[in-house]
Ligand binder design. Structure first.
Ligand SMILES: Cc1cc2nc3c(=O)[nH]c(=O)nc-3n(C[C@H](O)[C@H](O)[C@H](O)COP(=O)(O)OP(=O)(O)OC[C@H]3O[C@@H](n4cnc5c(N)ncnc54)[C@H](O)[C@@H]3O)c2cc1C
Length: 423
């Protein structure tokens, strides 16, 4: 095979962050604020990932106070609920003011390696393929695209059958009454004239009034009182890294949205006259590649609230929220509670690539552990840690695996993060 032209090199940076979702923007800001020449490269035309284009809300999960998750929440208005539209501009300005360069509509499509070191990433764009060079790279693509291109081994899906969590399209409806119901989970019982809302959902599902496998229509507050964010549609068996599968899911899930809105009109008190307001510009992928890392976070680490001495995120907390890969509702009936746990630096270090860091949904964990740490507040705290690690490695002229995690912790502390674990 012969290419028609040479691939040009567009520049050299200290730190290149691939993927501008909640985790990637925090990584870029953290790196740039420490003086590293930083580039954030994103496949879409706006920043924010699921937080904007994905129409995902609210901001879920907790970490130790003082992380960038707190800063972003304040930036977006100070609540769990935020406006997806205004978030786009706020995040772009935030990244730019931190001093990071932003490259948009530039999907990362390959990696250039010299033995275990990455020397560049290849992007596709209006000018064709181009190469970006950097000392350190951070994979914030959620699907671990860059890690996969760099040859990092990965697994996909749960260990019993390889199935991943279902894909969804979340959406926002407006025109709801101010006292319209909310229902955040399978454990949130809400009385309605027809009975417990959860039972109403279940019955509608059994009678075909909801899409296949949709057994709950979760309703969250939106940024405005007459809005609800709806998390209901779901399609099992979608490989989010296969464009044809993503195309098929798009057709199916858009049809599901119409059916769910009809359900709301009929069964959700206060939503009788609701209208579809915002839908995502991309498929909602909960789970895809899970790279092999130095440390892989385990379910038991979360259940026991394990503390790692090299933790870069502490007091992480969110239930093990496994949307059923092979049916409706939760895979385990009820999402398991965790104890506040820590995330070790080793979970950000992929096997076999010395100058690559992972962040957000792409860090190393089992199917179960991933179902907890994937939420946005935890992803943002991870991004901050990855950005600090990248800039520190550049400053010290070493590779990320050679960095003393206590140096990352010291910077986190200096930035106001309340770390507690003994050193
Ligand atoms: C349907 C659904 C509902 C959810 N509900 C909630 C919720 O209510 N609350 C919550 O906190 N979390 C929720 N989550 C989880 C959460 O949204 C994600 O796990 C979180 O956004 C992960 O952050 P991230 O930055 O790692 O990834 P993402 O938000 O996915 O961002 C990744 C970014 O990388 C970019 N990218 C990907 N590949 C490339 C590439 N090759 N080159 C360049 N750029 C690339 C993407 O365009 C995107 O901007 C939900 C997820 C889904 C799918």
């Amino acid at each position: 095979m012969q290419f028609t032209r040479q691939i040009p090199v567009l520049g050299t940076w200290d730190v290149v962050v691939a993927g501008g979702g909640p985790s990637g923007v925090c990584a870029a800001v953290a790196s740039a604020r420490r003086g590293a020449k930083t580039l954030l490269v994103e496949r879409y035309g706006v920043l924010g990932g699921n937080l904007t284009v994905g129409v995902v809300a609210p901001l879920l999960g907790h970490t130790a106070p003082g992380t960038m998750a707190d800063e972003v929440r304040e930036l977006l208005g100070g609540a769990r609920y935020f406006d997806h539209e205004t978030a786009k501009g706020k995040l772009a300005a935030w990244v730019s003011e931190a001093g990071a360069e932003i490259m948009l509509q530039a999907p990362v499509v390959d990696a250039v390696r010299e033995e275990a070191r990455l020397t560049g990433v290849v992007i596709g764009g209006k000018k064709g393929l181009a190469c970006l060079r950097s000392k350190v790279f951070i994979d914030a693509t959620a699907d671990a695209d860059l890690a996969a291109f760099a040859g990092v081994p990965f697994v996909q899906g749960r260990s019993c059958d390889g199935e991943v969590q279902p894909a969804s399209l979340m959406f926002v409806v407006s025109g709801v009454k101010e006292d319209a119901i909310t229902c955040e989970s399978e454990e949130h019982h809400v009385p309605t004239p027809r009975g417990d809302y959860l039972d109403v959902c279940q019955k509608a599902s059994e009678e075909g009034e909801l899409p296949v496998n949709v057994t709950i229509v979760r309703l969250y507050h939106g940024p405005n009182p007459d809005e609800r964010v709806v998390n209901a549609t779901q399609l099992c068996g979608v490989d989010g890294t296969d464009p044809l599968a993503v195309g098929r899911a798009e057709v199916d899930l858009r049809r599901q949205i119409d059916k769910v809105v009809a359900f709301l009109h009929k069964y959700a008190p206060g939503c009788e006259n609701c209208r579809l307001k915002i839908t995502p510009g991309t498929l909602g992928v909960r789970e895809s590649r899970r790279p092999q890392t130095k440390v892989i976070l385990q379910r038991d680490d979360l259940l026991t609230g394990r503390r790692f001495p090299d933790a870069v995120v502490e007091e992480a907390e969110f239930c093990i929220d496994i949307h059923n890969p092979a049916g409706g509702g939760q895979a385990e009936g009820v999402a398991a509670r965790v104890k506040p746990y820590s995330i070790p630096y080793g979970a950000l270090l992929p096997q076999g690539a010395t100058n690559l860091l992972l962040t957000g949904r792409a860090i190393g964990g089992t199917h179960d552990a991933h179902a907890s740490f994937r939420v946005m507040n935890i992803a943002m705290a991870l991004g901050q840690a990855a950005g600090i690690a990248g800039s520190l490695a550049v400053e010290k002229r070493i590779q990320p695996p050679d960095l003393d995690p206590q140096a990352i912790r010291a910077v986190l502390r200096a930035q106001g993060v309340k770390l507690t674990a003994a050193e």
